[in-house]
Design a protein around this ligand. Structure first.
Ligand code: FPP
Length: 246
């Protein structure tokens, strides 16, 4: 039977959602607060997004919590962000466990303060058997650094064979994660900011002007609804995709 292609059917829920949580500073400035207050409120958004992702059956959420370039921010802001991360790890371990949520981390973790690395390892170990949702924190993460790191690891192994895409992705920090389906960026800027440069090749991109501290359950649901209305093509034509699906 001929399908009516004028009526868009809703696509699947994304399996892996990655988020650039931007706009904490602007949120604080608009309220005449210091930048730290913006980051503090941003933690509440992160928790809300994790709970909502769990509720609607998203399997993987990756949060850009601290970039390799963020180390260049003023010393007091870096310290404050590290403190927030420390407190998050101290306070959220049990909650993640109760939600059957596994924690992972990607990035150049050796740059993090020693006690944070230990806390991180503890929560990662504690939640490693949780299998409903996987939250990955990108910490001291840079996409270019990740790619260079992969190239250097391959060269160090001294293999003479040509490297394929499949081989290459095994050397990325994300080797154990599926490809991202949806990138959400809050705060309205139209850029990738060195986030998951290799992995985002075919991801759908959703940019909202909503500042991260204001981004809560309903905003995530709106982003997911928008994603589900899209047709993902992976370089094929719309007709080819429809033939595959019929
Ligand atoms: C960008 O806002 C945000 C960051 C650099 C930090 C993001 C981190 C959090 C929200 C905390 C979440 C952490 C965990 C552990 C879940 P900005 O300061 O660049 O904002 P602006 O562009 O308005 O100045």
């Amino acid at each position: 039977m001929q399908k009516n292609h004028d009526i868009p059917s809703l696509g699947p829920i994304p399996r892996h959602v990655v988020i650039i949580m931007d706009g904490n500073g602007r949120w604080a400035r608009r309220k005449n607060l210091d930048r730290l207050s913006g980051h503090q409120e941003g933690i509440k958004s992160a928790k809300s997004v994790v709970r909502t992702a769990q509720e609607i059956g998203i399997e993987y959420v990756t949060l850009y919590a601290f970039s390799a370039q963020n180390w260049k921010r003023p010393g007091n802001e870096v310290l404050a962000l590290m403190n927030l991360l420390r407190n998050y790890l101290i306070n959220e371990g049990e909650e993640l466990l109760a939600q059957n949520t596994r924690l992972k981390a990607i990035g150049n973790l050796s740059n993090l303060p020693h006690d944070i690395r230990e806390l991180l390892s503890r929560v990662i170990k504690m939640t490693e058997k949780c299998d409903s949702l996987t939250i990955t924190l990108a910490l001291s993460y840079g996409g270019r650094e990740e790619i260079i790191n992969a190239v250097n690891s391959i060269m160090a192994e001294g293999k003479k064979k040509k490297v394929t895409e499949e081989d290459f992705q095994k050397y990325l920090y994300t080797s154990q994660l599926p490809e991202p389906d949806l990138l959400i960026r809050t705060g309205g800027e139209m850029r990738l900011s060195n986030f998951l440069l290799w992995q985002l090749a075919y991801a759908e991109i959703y940019v909202t002007k909503t500042l991260w501290p204001n981004f809560r359950r309903r905003h995530l649901l709106k982003a997911i609804a928008n994603y589900r209305s899209r047709e993902r093509r992976f370089g094929l034509t719309g007709e080819q995709i429809r033939e595959k699906g019929s």
